[in-house]
Design a protein around this ligand. Structure first.
Ligand SMILES: [Zn+2]
Length: 324
């Protein structure tokens, strides 16, 4: 049982006017080494209480796919929350940290901070990193769901727009109205996602019960105990609210097929799309190291001793030489 199934129950469709692009356009270009190594992005807004808890002040995200430590990330892990946490840890810096330079490898931020981030916030971070690693748009391919059509189409999603959607629903806790009553619920965190993925449930209903109970405020739980069962009507109302609460976690697009004009509903895993691009960035970095090492007979350590912008220049020179 995966959290996505919980989210599926809360399927609310975000009808967004995304630009349709004709298939055949090249995919996003990955630029590995920008000459601007200062390229960084502010970390999404986080509540003050979390900042205080982890003694962090001014966080930012640095691009993935430029530094030696980026090669240590294993993209073939079974449990995605681990992979996401490692990437976030690798790319998050505190600009007020006195002990480290902007891109220093020193691990300063408590790993628990990343586990305690909401899934939606983690997805937002991954989308930002995907942007920093390449173009500011994500290209997604679909096939028309109309069996008589089945044409392929591509859509470009602007990451700024996606982030804006998430930011519009940034409350930590939300009250769900149930008849004349209301219940306080909050968004799931990375730690809860991992916990749910690691658990086995008898059926979907049992999974949803556990997930909702995890997300209820402590004082709300006492309203169901000792029976420990969330009433069905509450489950439904909470389910319906979850998509509003965390739009990036269960992202769905309504797309009008330009060939047959049928309307298609497509669910999109934005986290997975971001991870694919970051994996691509890592492969490019590996290829660049291989190229420099082969050409100049440098060791891996020697390659990384050269700043990213200069590596980029050397790579351009090698290419120029080869094309002569
Ligand atoms: Zn179609």
């Amino acid at each position: 049982m995966r959290p996505a199934q919980f989210q599926q129950l809360a399927n609310q469709f975000w009808i967004l006017d995304f630009r349709l692009v004709v298939i055949g356009q090249p995919p996003w270009g990955i630029q590995m080494f920008s000459s601007n190594t200062d390229r960084q992005h502010p970390f999404p807004a986080i509540p003050e209480e979390i900042k205080d808890k982890f003694a962090i002040s001014n966080l930012f995200l640095r691009p993935f796919g430029w530094f030696e430590q980026d090669l240590n990330i294993d993209f073939n892990q079974k449990l995605r929350p681990y992979l996401e946490t490692q990437i976030l840890e690798c790319c998050t810096r505190d600009s007020n940290c006195k002990r480290c330079d902007a891109f220093g490898a020193t691990r300063r931020i408590d790993r628990n901070f990343f586990w305690e981030l909401e899934i939606g916030k983690r997805t937002e971070c991954l989308l930002i990193l995907a942007t920093l690693a390449g173009a500011s748009e994500l290209t997604v391919s679909f096939r028309c769901l109309n069996q008589a059509c089945r044409q392929q189409m591509e859509i470009n999603l602007t990451i700024e727009e996606l982030i804006e959607i998430q930011q519009q629903s940034s409350q930590m806790e939300l009250r769900v109205r149930i008849g004349n009553d209301s219940v306080a619920i909050r968004k799931p965190t990375g730690r809860e996602q991992l916990q749910w993925l690691s658990q086995s449930f008898t059926d979907e209903k049992a999974a949803v019960q556990v997930m909702i109970q995890n997300l209820l405020a402590e004082h709300e739980k006492s309203r169901f105990l000792p029976a420990g069962i969330v009433p069905d009507e509450w489950v439904q109302a909470i389910d319906e609210t979850m998509a509003d609460l965390d739009p990036l976690v269960n992202f769905t697009l309504l797309v009008n097929c330009p060939y047959c004009e049928t309307q298609n509903q497509h669910g999109l895993d934005l986290g997975e799309l971001s991870l694919q691009r970051l994996h691509h960035a890592q492969e490019n970095l590996l290829r660049s190291v291989h190229r420099l090492a082969s050409h100049y007979h440098w060791s891996e350590a020697e390659v990384f001793a050269v700043p990213a912008w200069r590596r980029s220049r050397y790579l351009a020179l090698i290419e120029k030489e080869e094309n002569r």
